[in-house]
Design a protein around this ligand. Structure first.
Ligand code: GDP
Ligand code: IMO
Ligand code: MG
Length: 435
């Protein structure tokens, strides 16, 4: 019985939602371990498209248990809106969702703090999703946050809310914000939402560990991507949580010894939303072409995603910090039509060639990508192909090239946004882990 982690190997939007939705069929429980409603996981089922922000992508399978773990930050309004959206689509998901009583709660003033910090003209903005994610995690680490368990206890909530809102008023005044923070109105609103959420909240660490003792299989769904991880990403241009595989354990209360496999999701190229270094970015015609063909616009903010070529040193780095057993390469079809495909196979930093990811942001910005050029498959579209041997030879050679250079097996290839436009390769480690 394998419990697996599926997470992003790049800067997010790799297609995790589609893959988790597809693989969910083989698991009993799907658990999110970090992030919040900054995530946008698109799942396309027949002609219906869902963008899940907070609720794990397994929820679209009726009856499947999904867990929002302690490592996630929850905006109760966003959670209720997402439940409403799914219920309007005819999915009675309420009975499927468990929310950790240790998950921290996002308040409107977290967005206010983020706006202040992103709006400072004397500092570099991160280009966040403006959902209050970072400031909520700041309060968590600062040991002044409010958890789901606290929200559900009226007396505890009142006391902690007094402390937290007082701090935020001080911050607002320090930055010259004179608007009313609507502290009492928000208190009442959160009290009401608490009652709607109460039936979903429990100690999900016990729930998950009991499920595993009962022989059930758990799939852990990462949000964002490893290069946005607070420790391992391109700091400070990162999100504020542990998106890498280690976060799956701290973010759910499941021991590392219970994890049987780690699967990385990577596009056949690479994208990034928001600011920060991006060595293989193509700001020219090819980048534009990829953006159009791949519909590379943010699913949360609608921002155009920056596009570029597959980055081997980056993938080797994320494979190292996560210990990928196998890779899922998505959006291979987006490269259809290109005569030539570039791959960044090494970095040149301060005149020296390297395969290592520098820690210093300045050095990241300095990277000159070293490219190798591979033949494309301009006349043989791959869209919707579901058999590996039916892919054009050049596309298979491209996949083999990625495997050889990254040192990780490509166990699954995706050729379109729909569930079934996917292939798991026969005889791969991925196939064994999914059995
Ligand atoms: P996530 O955040 O990792 O779940 O990814 P997003 O949902 O933000 O972005 C991935 C986008 O690519 C979504 O619009 C998906 O429907 C789409 N997608 C996923 N896999 C494929 C694929 O293989 N081919 C194409 N053309 N689109 C895909
Ligand atoms: P999914 O799960 C891509 C980026 C933001 C910004 C940085 C910090 O769909 O892959 P934040 O609001 O988290 O404090 O913003 O992280 N970012 C994402 N980029 N996909 C995501 O999620 C992202 N979530 C956050 O654009 O650069
Ligand atoms: Mg996304």
């Amino acid at each position: 019985m394998s419990n697996l982690i599926v997470l992003g190997a790049q800067w997010g939007d790799e297609g995790k939602g589609k893959i988790v939705d597809l693989f969910s069929e083989k698991f009993d429980v799907v658990a999110r371990y970090q992030g919040g409603h900054n995530a946008g996981h698109t799942v396309q089922v027949d002609d219906k498209k869902f963008v899940l922000k907070l609720i794990p992508s397994g929820v679209l399978h009726p009856g499947k248990q999904v867990v929002i773990g302690n490592g996630v930050v929850v905006d109760p309004q966003a959670l209720l809106d997402e439940i409403d959206m799914l219920e309007r689509a005819g999915l009675e998901v309420r009975g499927q969702i468990a929310v950790s009583n240790r998950a921290h709660v996002i308040f409107p003033f977290h967005r206010m703090v983020e706006k202040v910090s992103e709006g400072r003209t004397d500092r570099t903005a991160i280009g966040t999703t403006s959902r209050g994610i970072g400031p909520c995690y700041e309060d968590k680490i600062g040991r002044r946050g409010i958890r789901m368990a606290d929200l559900l206890n009226p007396e505890v909530f009142d006391t902690l809310y007094n402390y937290l809102s007082e701090d935020k008023e001080i911050t607002a005044r320090a930055f010259g914000i004179e608007n009313d923070l609507r502290v009492e109105e928000i208190r009442q609103h959160y009290r009401q939402m608490a009652e709607r959420i109460r039936p979903l909240v429990c100690d999900t660490a016990y729930l998950l560990n009991q499920a595993m003792r009962d022989g059930k299989r758990v799939l852990f769904e990462g949000a964002q991507g490893t290069m946005l991880d607070i420790d391992h990403g391109t700091y400070p241009f990162v999100t504020s949580s542990s998106a890498a595989a280690g976060g799956a354990c701290t973010g759910t209360g499941v021991a590392p010894t219970r994890i049987d496999g780690i699967l990385g999701v990577s596009k056949a190229y690479i994208t990034r939303v928001g600011a920060g270094p991006f060595p293989s970015e193509d700001p020219g015609e090819d980048g534009d072409r990829i953006r159009k063909a791949g519909n590379e616009f943010g699913s949360v903010t609608g921002r155009p995603r920056r596009c570029g070529w597959f980055d081997v040193p980056l993938l080797r780095y994320t494979a190292m910090v996560n210990g990928f057993d196998s890779l899922i390469v998505t959006k291979l079809d987006v490269l259809d039509g290109l005569k030539e495909i570039k791959v960044c196979t090494a970095y040149r930093v301060s005149g020296k060639q390297t395969m290592d990811m520098p820690a210093e942001n300045g050095l990241m910005e300095e990277i000159e990508p070293v490219y190798e050029v591979l033949p494309g498959w301009p006349k043989a579209p791959t869209t919707g192909i579901t058999r590996y041997d039916a892919l054009p030879k050049e596309a298979r050679d491209y996949v083999t090239f990625l495997e050889e250079r990254t040192g990780v097996e490509v166990g699954c290839v995706s050729t379109g946004p729909e569930r079934m436009q996917t292939m798991v390769r026969a005889g791969s480690k991925m196939e064994k882990l999914l059995k």
